[in-house]
Design a protein around this ligand. Structure first.
Ligand code: PLP
Length: 369
């Protein structure tokens, strides 16, 4: 049996270089609570990403929770069912009601043409996701949000370093939330961040992630512990030195898949978008059973039998999970595009150290089935 190939592997920079950061941490004994690496990483990320303010977090889910809290949202929040479950969980954890709206078929993002019909008197915000790092139709979403005076939080967990017309898409909306989980393009083992536009909002977010402390004896609001530590921040600083190489290696793998899979009947993939600098965080393909001659689950099973461990992101839809399935907006008939895409998708292995011969192996099996 050939070696196992996983859908992803974390990028780990050279250990010797990381040890130098660790030695400094040991020496200073400053290991958490906004230490020097924390401040340095916030500043370097602002420069690299082209954003004004960033607040680091222990993970993307807590960052989402705090983003919702910071905007003091109420009632209903419009979101997509085609995402990782944390997107809707963060709404629920804040005691709010998610309202699912279908996605568009081209990039699998929230369909802006279907948002308005889901707005009610209770709607306070829209929480779209830049799925697979492909930018949402931010222009239309902004227009709708302005018309109905709604807040917008982008779940940008997949969208690290993605730019449109040379500008970071992380500047869209009121807040943008990143994940630095081990499986992401940029990782701090676990981690996340909120991008905000003003110093006031950054302070509010920073206070909320530190229990609500204003000073040693004053607590405002309902804070939480969302802090990242120095060991994580150091990992982020080192990752940043390699990030362009990491994205370029992913790009080459995506190109190889595109070139070779375009010949296969019944397999389609998402096109690049003109003017968008992608990060190649995922490589989803969509299996048309009739044309390919086999359904998605069978393809998934066959790949597993060949020691290739893909993932069906995003199947099942969030709207199928127990906390959500009884919501009126979760009904299948309300989400036909998401239901269809969710039944056809497989994410193929993509990570910087994936050998091209392993990519060829995946392609070879997909061609032979
Ligand atoms: C779209 C999306 N939102 C939120 C999260 C949650 O991020 P984290 O795992 O850092 O909590 C993830 C990923 O893991 C995700 O893919």
């Amino acid at each position: 049996m050939l070696d196992k190939i996983y859908v992803t592997k974390p990028y780990l920079p050279p250990l010797d270089e990381y040890k130098k950061y660790l030695e400094k941490i040991w020496k200073s004994q400053f290991i958490t609570n906004s230490g020097p690496y924390h401040g340095q990483l916030e500043s370097e990320l602002c420069d690299y990403l082209g954003v004004k303010h960033i607040s680091l977090f222990c993970n993307g889910t807590i960052a989402l929770l705090v983003a919702i809290k910071a905007l003091e949202l109420k009632g209903e929040v419009i979101t997509t069912p085609y995402s990782f479950v944390a997107t809707a969980q963060s709404i629920k954890w804040n005691g709010l009601d998610p309202v699912f709206v279908d996605i568009e078929p081209k990039y699998c993002n929230l369909d802006p043409y279907k948002i308005e019909e889901a707005i009610t008197e209770k709607t306070s915000a829209i929480l779209p996701v830049h799925v697979y790092g492909h930018p949402c139709n931010t222009k239309m979403i902004t227009k709708i949000a302005n018309k109905y005076k709604l807040s917008v939080i982008y779940d940008s967990a997949h969208a690290f370093a993605v730019k449109k017309n040379k500008k970071s898409i992380l500047n869209e909306g009121d807040l943008s939330v990143l994940s630095f989980h081990a499986t992401k393009v940029f990782n701090t083992f676990e981690g996340g961040a909120i991008v905000s536009h003003t110093a006031e909002m950054k302070k509010k977010i920073d206070d909320l992630k530190n229990f609500g402390f204003q000073d040693q004896i004053t607590v405002e609001g309902i804070g939480i512990n969302g802090k990242i530590n120095e060991v994580q921040a150091a990992m982020g600083l080192l990752q940043l030195k390699y990030i362009d190489q990491v994205i370029e290696k992913r790009n080459r793998i995506a190109e190889l898949y595109r070139e070779k899979l375009s010949e296969v009947n019944g397999i389609s993939f998402l096109d690049g978008i003109k003017g968008v600098k992608h990060n190649y965080s995922y490589f989803p393909i969509f299996i048309n059973e009739r044309e390919y001659g086999m359904n998605r689950d069978k393809v998934y099973e066959e790949l597993t039998n060949h020691n290739i461990f893909t993932r069906r992101y995003f199947y099942p839809l969030i709207s199928r999970f127990s906390a959500y399935k009884n919501l009126p907006s979760a009904e299948e008939k309300n989400l036909p595009v998401a239901e269809q895409i969710s039944s056809e998708v497989i994410c193929l292995p993509i990570y910087p150290d994936l050998e091209h011969r392993d990519v060829e192996r995946v392609i070879g099996i997909l061609k032979s089935l």
